[in-house]
Design a protein around this ligand. Structure first.
Ligand SMILES: [Zn+2]
Length: 116
């Protein structure tokens, strides 16, 4: 096993449970595709998120689903100029061009929709 953080594995498990619950609420337990959105974090990569999802979906109705990930802009703060807070995909401050610090989010990945 890889050394994925427990918090990421718990998030992944919660998302799979959510997807399975949505599919069964629609009366179609087989999940064809899962669509996730991800947010940048300093210590979590997309590969780690994907690995956590892959781990937690084994032996679930989402086990064979296609996985789609869409990366969303992150929230940053720049301490180079004036403490400006902004959203960006590359982290560069729109005011001074310096690379800002990621403002940590509770969640790095969320379930957007499922296809059954
Ligand atoms: Zn700045």
């Amino acid at each position: 096993m890889t050394n994925l953080p427990d918090s990421l594995l718990l998030q992944a498990r919660a998302l799979i449970n959510q997807a399975v619950a949505e599919a069964s609420a629609q009366g179609k337990p087989d999940i064809r595709a899962l669509y996730f959105v991800t947010y940048p974090a300093e210590d979590i990569t997309l590969e780690m998120i994907r690995a956590a999802i892959e781990t937690m979906r084994q032996a679930t109705p989402a086990g064979q689903a296609e996985l789609h990930f869409a990366q969303r802009p992150g929230r940053y703060v720049c301490w180079n100029c004036c403490g400006l807070r902004y959203e960006a995909s590359d982290g560069v401050c729109p005011n001074c061009g310096h690379e800002g610090l990621v403002i940590p989010l509770e969640m790095v990945v969320a379930l957007e929709k499922i296809e059954v």
